[in-house]
Design a protein around this ligand. Structure first.
Ligand SMILES: Nc1ncnc2c1ncn2[C@@H]1O[C@H](COP(=O)(O)OP(=O)(O)OP(=O)(O)O)[C@@H](O)[C@H]1O
Ligand SMILES: [Mg+2]
Length: 361
């Protein structure tokens, strides 16, 4: 790609080795201006390394880095126009909220009046009015992260990098903060890349997700694309709540045209009905025995044995209860067929649904 695209950020063939570990293994991606990108991958997969190389805090062994069409390999971190937010708040403990946010502006030797007006504006933006004089230890975790955002935005960077910004925050506040972040970034319109190993976070917030594994990029796409059409065995296994089925040919509806080393199924593709409930696909429905029922707050998670394989399914609260030991109807909508040698993934749709489709067409 390069010069002819709208890419605002571009990494080309980035490699980085620590000792004998390849933390970046031929990393290539582009980011369009104004987009929010989620870097998603397991611990040690090289997410932070990518951010640090992009920011100029780490040198790549080889490869090129472009920001706004300009190669920045030789440009020092402080001159790349990048704002940073890290997971461990990293605020200055002995500075007030105001002075934390003002820090970069002071370094740039802005006038007092200019600093005051910009900091006031940011405090308003991140919703911390009235807390200007507090010290970090007098703030909640969520408030501290808001200060960190304001500080990162103070000098009007063109690119914002966020490394697990919510990692230290409890689940409920974390959820609030991520929608807040999404809105804030929309409002400011700043190109942003944020690292997370929480798939819900990436799926909910990002315009595009980049999945990393062992220093490599496995897949890039919108949350819907990556979640619904995983392209590699790793991505299938990483997203959603995957359950492996070894002997999938014994399942009705998947007996022909199914090739692969194993199949992966997610709970949302398993429909469970009680014996007395309506079953639209009797021909390709299996019988299963419920081994476990777990309460998950807004749903029940069922573990069901079918043909000696254990499947997971969800059932909404409010429907007639299903009990452990009960015989139920189990319908598998689709499987991901994984070919481990070829690193391929194919989707197999239950025959009954395929027939449905052909009727509709
Ligand atoms: N400065 C360093 N020296 C040696 N090894 C390093 C260094 N930085 C990173 N690594 C190694 O490179 C690999 C990738 O690390 P990185 O921090 O990029 O992973 P990550 O995806 O951010 O993981 P996490 O989710 O745990 O933060 C790891 O195996 C790590 O141990
Ligand atoms: Mg990291």
């Amino acid at each position: 790609m390069g010069e002819n695209t709208k890419a605002y950020v571009e990494l080309k063939h980035i490699n980085k080795t620590f000792g004998n570990y390849k933390a970046s293994d031929d990393v290539n991606f582009t980011v369009e201006k104004g987009k929010l990108i989620g870097l998603l991958g397991p611990s040690g997969s090289g997410k932070t390394t990518i951010l640090r190389i992009l920011a100029g805090l780490e040198n790549a062994d080889s490869g090129e880095i472009y920001i706004d069409g300009k190669q920045v390999n030789e440009i020092p971190a402080s001159k790349r126009g990048i704002g940073f937010v890290f997971q461990n708040y990293a605020l200055f403990r002995y500075k007030t909220v105001f002075d934390n946010i003002a820090f970069g502006l002071k370094i740039q030797k802005k006038s007092k009046a200019e600093i005051k007006s910009r900091v006031d504006e940011l405090i308003e933006l991140v919703g911390l009015k009235g807390l200007e004089k507090r010290y970090p230890k007098q703030l909640s975790g969520g408030q501290r992260q808001r200060v960190a955002f304001a500080r990162a935005l103070a000098t009007q960077p063109q690119l914002l990098l966020l490394d697990e910004p919510f990692a230290a925050i409890d689940a409920k506040v974390r959820k609030e903060l991520r929608s807040w972040l999404r809105e804030l970034i929309n409002q400011v319109g700043i190109t942003s890349i944020f690292v997370t190993h929480d798939q819900d976070e990436a799926i909910e917030v990002a315009d595009e997700i980049i999945v990393t594994n062992k220093g490599k990029i496995e897949q890039i796409g919108t949350p819907v694309e990556v979640y619904s059409n995983p392209q590699t065995p790793f991505v299938v296994q990483f997203l959603g709540e995957p359950v492996t089925i070894k002997d999938f040919n014994q399942f009705k509806g998947f007996r022909e045209k199914t090739k692969g080393d194993r199949a992966i199924i997610r709970p949302e593709f398993v429909t469970v009905t009680k014996k007395n409930e309506f079953n639209p696909y009797p021909v390709t429905t299996e019988e299963g025995i419920v081994e476990r029922v777990a309460f998950r707050g807004n749903s029940l998670e069922l573990t069901i044995r079918v043909h000696d394989e254990l499947l997971l399914a969800n059932r909404q609260i409010g429907q007639e209860l299903i009990k452990e030991g009960e015989h139920v109807n189990v319908f598998l909508q689709r499987l991901y067929l994984v070919d481990d040698h070829g690193q391929n993934v194919a989707i197999a749709v239950n025959e009954a649904l395929r027939q449905d489709e052909s009727v509709v067409i």
